[in-house]
Write a protein that binds this ligand. Structure first.
Ligand code: DSN
Length: 449
């Protein structure tokens, strides 16, 4: 019988009992830490409705594999370098596991080259930028206000990479133009800027990511100018490999990076893949950017859980990704029905797992404050800059996503209930803690596994 959330609860209780026994004898006291972990489980797993789009939960089998990885001692080992060419001895198990993970990922991603060593999506980005770019290069990316991730910004690893001897070169980081609605890449304007600046790299992909990027509009000009196309698919990786979002490699992106714990719903980590040959200068630079550039050992205990996740995704990914998007669309429609019209209504609100809601327009209050109203009611969705905001400290938006509620088994009917809770909290200023807790309790398990 497959492991369930209930089995994990029993294991957690047993582990805590063992820790309590130990803390009364020799060794350090752990009771305060246990208390915090117990509350975390109560607040975010048992009682909360989690709509933070970058978060998710692994399957019980993948969680057990993470623990087995630690119990087997992989958390204390190094495996620098590539399989078969490591800097330390004793890496047979790590080599075997990494070989399986790479083979599973190549198969799932439809890619000839995969690297699973980066330990996060941000770490993937740093590895791409570190060796391929030099100070003074021109690059293009989405700004934070238009949904770009902080690592694509002037204050992030991309912006810092194009500085020269510490001198900021903000004009070398060229924003990707978007259409008037703020949520779509303006392919024509982007192509013109590429022609003019001949950037060395364009970074597609976003953190507030409602609609696909217009990759087709820039492939030809990028070939002419020698601009390489990197797609940061951290948020939408599970939707891509589930076949429900744009297919960046087929559309002309050369390399795709991502996180393994967002819509892919696996252990925390990064992944990068491509169909370029391994001796392509971009791949050579990324390989060196990963090791020795940004990663030494690569947190080996997560690899067994990653293998489980990739296998689960092969079986259930398309169904999960499709329901995740349908839930986001249903959530947006229900919010609209209850008087909280999300952004991008004229485009069907979203084609991804995310919905953007301007709460400042509804309440006169900045979204950071509204985020706390929701938090007090057991609903977790993060405050976010929207395309028309001008300060990251005075934002209008609540960004919500459906990856975790979908993986718990919720469907369109539950999205309606969640939208009604938003209405009660944001407009009526009512308390819905009991409703949110009841909904969470009805979906204790992790489905699609
Ligand atoms: N915090 C994540 C996001 O939401 O985009 C990634 O860093």
């Amino acid at each position: 019988m497959p492991a369930t959330q209930g089995d994990l609860d029993v294991l957690m209780e047993q582990a805590i009992r063992m820790l309590v026994v130990n803390s009364t004898g020799i060794g350090v006291d752990t009771s305060d830490i246990q208390g915090i972990l117990w509350s975390a489980r109560e607040q975010r797993i048992k009682r909360g409705i989690n709509l933070i789009p970058s978060e998710n939960r692994k399957s019980p089998k993948a969680k057990l594999m993470s623990w087995l990885g630690e119990l087997a001692g992989l958390d204390g080992r190094y495996a620098e370098g590539h399989v078969g060419k490591r800097y330390y001895p004793g890496t047979q198990a790590s080599d075997a596991l990494e070989t399986i993970a790479i083979a599973e990922a190549k198969d799932l991603m439809g890619a000839k080259w995969v690297d699973i060593r980066p330990i996060s999506g941000n770490n993937v980005n740093m590895a791409v930028f570190l060796n391929y770019l030099q100070g003074g290069d021109f690059v293009m990316a989405n700004t934070i206000y238009k949904g770009g991730h902080i690592s694509h910004a002037d204050v992030g690893s991309l912006g810092k990479r194009v500085t020269v001897r510490g001198r900021e070169l903000k004009e070398h980081l060229i924003p990707i133009p978007v259409t008037e609605d703020g949520y779509h890449m303006d392919g024509v304007a982007t192509a013109k800027l590429i022609e003019r600046y001949k950037p060395k790299l364009i970074v597609l992909g976003k953190s507030l990511f409602l609609f696909p990027e217009d990759i087709g509009a820039i492939t030809e000009i990028c070939q002419q100018t020698g601009t390489r196309i990197y797609y940061d698919g951290a948020h939408v990786l599970g939707l891509i490999v589930g076949g429900q979002f744009q297919q960046p490699l087929k559309e002309g992106a050369e390399v795709v990076g991502g996180s393994t714990h967002k819509t892919l719903a696996g252990p925390q980590g990064g992944i990068i893949y491509s169909n370029l040959p391994p001796d392509d200068p971009l791949i050579v630079a990324i390989d060196k950017g990963i090791m020795p550039g940004t990663t030494s050992s690569h947190h080996l205990h997560r690899i067994p859980a990653l293998i489980v996740t990739l296998r689960e995704y092969k079986q259930h990914g398309p169904e999960y990704a499709s329901q995740t998007i349908r839930n986001a669309q249903a959530l947006a429609e229900a919010l609209d029905k209850y008087g909280l019209t999300p952004d991008a209504k004229e485009f069907g609100y979203t084609r991804s797992h995310q919905v953007a809601l301007n709460v400042r327009r509804l309440t006169g209050t900045y979204s950071k404050e509204v985020e706390t109203w929701l938090d007090r009611n057991g609903i977790f969705a993060n405050s976010n800059a929207l395309p028309y905001d001008t300060s990251v400290f005075k934002t209008s938006g609540i960004r919500m996503g459906t990856p975790e509620v979908t993986i718990q088994g919720m469907r369109e009917g539950e999205m309606d209930r969640i939208a009604w809770m938003f209405r009660r909290v944001i407009i009526d200023r009512a308390n819905v803690s009991l409703e949110s807790r009841d909904l969470a309790r009805n979906f204790p398990d992790r489905m699609y596994a």
